[in-house]
Write a protein that binds this ligand. Sequence first.
Ligand SMILES: Cc1ncc(COP(=O)(O)O)c(C=O)c1O
Length: 398
Amino acid sequence: MRRIPFAKPDLGPLEIAAVNRVLESGWLTNGPEVEAFEAEFRERVGASHAIALSSCTAALHLALDSMNLQATDAVLLPALTFFATAEAVLYTGARPLLLDVDHRTLLLEPELLREWIARSCDFNRSELVHIETRKRIRALIMVHIGGTVCDYQGCESICRQFGLRLISDAAHAFGSRYQYHMVGSDALGDEMSCFSFYATKNITTGEGGMLTLADEALAEQIRLKRLHGIYGQAWGRKRWSYDVRLQGYKYNLSDMAASLGRVQMARSLEMQTRRQEIASQYDLFFQKYPDISILPHDGESSSWHLYVVFFPDSRRRDLFVEAMFQAGIAVSLHFIPIYEHTFWKESYGNQTALFPGARQAFETMVSLPIYSALTQSDLEYILDRMSGILQPLLPSES
Ligand SMILES: Cc1ncc(COP(=O)(O)O)c(C=O)c1O
């Protein structure tokens, strides 16, 4: 029986040669490779500044840290995301407040957000205050789940109206586009975008992240904070002297990781095309199953980090998942909503009833393998096994 993993990094001789070159150079930590990676990244997405970091979580933390959040403040984020999005808010001492998502798109929808604000907040003297917690809402994090982009214009207009900062958790969205602009571009309405290069992401550095933004002064401050607040970098420094200008963090990326990232970026269009082909083949397959819905998409703006389908009920979703594992095909679920986790329940109580959209998605969705290293033969095996598994569960139309 075959064993098909849920995700697999697409690495070859070019990546190995690049990392070897860094190892042989004797300079391993952040240096010329990081600088080149940042320059290539900002060029690719159309951003004035790209700051390489040790993770997307670090990028989210630095983005929020730059807002001087207080314990009396709150930050909005979707209930359906990886826990890191909420954790980054907790690092700042502010309160994360969850919003429901649309169960068909998995995204924050501006209409839902407007209704939530009308129901749950007071807006006076240009401050948006959450009635129940009395926290002042300062920012909104959009999460482009699976690479499907949120409605930038809709979210931006709400943020402008209520004086909120807007940032993107773009962990899944390297390669995604909104109205022909790459996620992370200066042309889009968010202030900062945070990318992940974790091992399963569309491009990887093993672990790593990138923060993009337009504002020069903010970029300068975030660069300082990424490495202990030290002014000037070790690479190229001629003397022993250094100066800590403000309290920072240890969030830098290594040259080993950046060299890997540069090769992955150079190969990313080819890798993206393969993800798109896989998505098209899944789309075609699911046309035969009217009871299964797929994420709405236009075919070209998603990075296709995830391919998610929805079953009519949790019983048949669970039977499908079990049968796929029996067939040697790993599937996954993105995500266990934030409010389901023990830590959240212990901190804020049971909030399950507040998020009908996230709950419906959580009960019925499943993510299928999609990655550029997935061979056509493995994809055909998946499609073939799915036909057999779905036949008794859901009638197909052919
Ligand atoms: C939506 C989302 N946000 C943030 C992160 C955190 O990324 P990192 O592991 O690079 O810190 C992840 C990681 O998978 C994620 O899926």
